[in-house]
Structure formats: structure tokens, C-alpha cells
Write a protein that binds this ligand. Sequence first.
Ligand SMILES: [Zn+2]
Length: 236
Amino acid sequence: MLQSRFAFHADITGFKKLMTINIRYALPFLLLTACTHKEPIMNNNPLTIVTTCQPDRAPVLHTPAKDVEFPLSQEIKDLIAGMKDLMEHKLYAAGLAAVQVGAPYKVIVYQVTPEALKIREDARDVVPPTALINPSYEIIQGSGTTFDWEFCFSVLDQGGKVTRPTSIKYTGYDEDGHFIEGEAHGFLARLLQHEIDHVNGLLCSRLYPSGGFYGPRDAMFKIREEEIAKKKELST
Ligand SMILES: [Zn+2]
């Protein structure tokens, strides 16, 4: 059951940092963009996260993203670099989709860190920061399901556990335009489903009501922290 401890930890750390950034820097910027923002911000770094709490920017989260053409434009290269930087060094996230920074393109980045392997029961292999372009997935029928915590930097008012297929086949392209296909299981399958769903305009919060366990984000974090503490207690 304790499959998303890293994501949870990462979410807490990232969320606190995000709030710090918002309070210190981003709020005036967001207030400014609320009045002037027309097109997605592409080449600014740091990128800012779009949330469902921002009515003027949120539509991109609910709209299927556009295909990316190869060779990559400088704009898309800059976007991917900015997303990786945001994921690795600012949010400490497991993944991020371009729509979450206001760019309506089929681009995701993701990673499975060595730390994740230590604390996740279903994280099998380290994955370095990776971009997947024009990604898609299909469920491997009969692989079963997992029920686990899932949070999203674009959904600041909710958190919870959702059921996902355990295994998927996925496809996409790397940054050089090479076709990629593979199978993912456990945590990586959950991560890719979460990010590729973003590309299709779907948020994990859509899964909360369908047999999920969900509620206010802060309350869910508290429950998750208690689960982690209990697990540590049992393992010592
Ligand atoms: Zn998300």
C-alpha cells in the first residue's frame, strides 16, 4: 500500500517551496499576468505552475495538448530544459507536463531518483530526468490495479488515493525525434499515466470520486504523514 512515499515526500517539499515562492515572488507576478496574460509563457525561466485555482490560466489543464513537430524548435527545446529544471531543482517532483507551465504541447518530463527506490515499494529502476514527446499509453489488461496516493502541483485544493492499472505500454519520442516504446510497471506506470493524462487534459482529481479516497490537500498530507510514521515504527 505504501507505494508513493517518495511522491508524497516530494510533494510536501515541493509544495512548501512552491508556497514560499508564491509568497515571496510569484504572487505579484501572477496578479500581473491575471491582467495581461494572453499566450502561454514559453521562454521565461523559472516557469510558473498553472493551477486549477487560476481561472485565467486553468483552461490549458483541461484541454488536450497539441502534437509537437520534429526537429524541435528552439522554443520547445527551451521549454523542455525549463521543465526539467523546475522538476529537478525547484519542485523536486517525479514528473511534470508542459500544460502545467501553460504550454499547450504534448511534452512530459519525469524521473525516478535513487531516493525513490529506497522508499518506494514498487519503484524498480532509477530513471534519469527524461522527456517524452507526443506520449501515449495503453493499459496492459490483466495486470491488476494499485490503489495509492496521488497529488498534483496543479491541484492545490485536493489530494488522495486513486486506483490505477499496474502496468502499461507507452510510446512517444525522445528529444532527437527517435520513437520510444516500452512497458512500465508499478510506480513508473502510475507516474507515466498521471503525466500522459495531463497531455490529454485530464487531472488526477477526476479519479478521486470514482472509488478513490480524497479530501482537502492539507488533511490528506497529514494522513499520509501518519502512514509513513506508522510504517517506520513497524519497521524498526
Ligand atoms: Zn499532475
